[in-house]
Design a protein around this ligand. Structure first.
Ligand SMILES: NC(=O)c1ccc[n+]([C@@H]2O[C@H](COP(=O)([O-])OP(=O)(O)OC[C@H]3O[C@@H](n4cnc5c(N)ncnc54)[C@H](OP(=O)(O)O)[C@@H]3O)[C@@H](O)[C@H]2O)c1
Length: 268
């Protein structure tokens, strides 16, 4: 059976990615820190779709735990005689505030998760995909903030820019192989991410739902799209990159403030 490894599967986009790949009949390995959520999701998807779903609790920002994860994945695959053909690097965090005001340890954890973990797991996945030679898909969840340098998200936007460039180059390097790489770049999506990033939703304007974003991103992944931005408004927003930098920064900050505000009690 073909198996998908999904990080950040305990909530938000990752949970919907797990549900929608289970509907397509893939076996799943689900990774995040919260074991109870992963176990509940794994057993409900296994019951509903007759697939195998294995929860692997792991703090991906911990280098030792991260380096041991692919060995655990190998054990799960070997036990089921399965082949890893899909990796969705979805786990990611960020905090919406001026960079100099942010807690440095939190920023370092964001970089460890958004960049180091994603890069490490991509490397592990490619060893599998090259060895078995089957059609394989790597989807890295970046963000519109990886295309547009987004005010109050200096480090987060930087990590997502890394994810986009990394994915584009990988896809090029793998052009003669059966492996495609997709950078999914959603705009604002209604998930617990907004709360963790220190935001309160004021208005739903321009905010997409998680199942809809995931449906579009999975289709893009299977279509082999390299950089994919879900939603017309978000696609249109990319043109702000043509504006002078200060004007672009002002416009991006204003447009974010239409739908969200900083939560006064927010901290990390
Ligand atoms: N929501 C948006 O507006 C939006 C827009 C663009 C891009 N994105 C990106 O979409 C991805 C998914 O975010 P989401 O919106 O679905 O938010 P979410 O609901 O907060 O999901 C984040 C996931 O990452 C996991 N995670 C966080 N820290 C982790 C760690 N150290 N080790 C392992 N897993 C960890 C969380 O699980 P545990 O807490 O159980 O570990 C959770 O499953 C992220 O990469 C985010 O940057 C989100």
């Amino acid at each position: 059976m073909t198996t998908a490894l999904i990080t950040g599967a305990s909530s938000g986009l990752g949970e919907d990615i797990a549900k929608q790949l289970a509907e397509r009949g893939l076996n799943l390995i689900l990774v995040a820190r919260r074991q109870a959520q992963l176990e509940a999701l794994a057993s409900s998807l296994a019951d509903a779709h007759g697939i195998t779903a294995t929860p692997l609790a792991c703090d991906l920002s911990d280098r030792t735990a991260l380096n041991g994860l692919m060995a655990q994945v190998d054990t799960v695959l070997a036990a089921g005689g399965d082949t890893l053909t899909v990796l969705v690097n979805n786990a990611g965090t960020g905090f919406w505030a001026a960079f100099a005001d942010q807690d440095l340890a939190g920023v370092q954890r964001d970089i460890d998760l958004n960049v180091t973990a994603l890069t490490t797991l991509s490397h592990g996945f490619l060893q599998h995909a090259r060895a078995h030679g089957q059609r394989s898909y790597l989807m890295n969840v970046a963000s519109l903030a990886g295309i547009l340098p987004t005010p109050r998200y200096a480090a987060y936007s930087g990590t997502k820019g890394y994810v986009r460039f990394f994915s584009e180059v990988l896809d090029y390097e793998l052009r003669d192989s059966p492996i495609s790489v997709t950078a999914a770049c959603p705009g604002v999506v209604m998930t617990p991410f907004l709360d963790s990033a220190g935001q309160n939703v004021k208005k739903q304007t321009g905010i997409m739902t998680s199942p809809e974003v995931v449906r579009r991103c999975i289709n893009a992944m299977y279509a082999g799209k390299v950089v994919y931005v879900p939603g017309l408004l978000n696609k249109f927003a990319i043109y702000t990159n043509l504006l002078p930098r200060r004007l672009r920064g002002w416009l991006l900050e204003r447009s974010m403030l239409v739908s969200v505000e900083a939560r006064p009690d927010a901290s990390r």
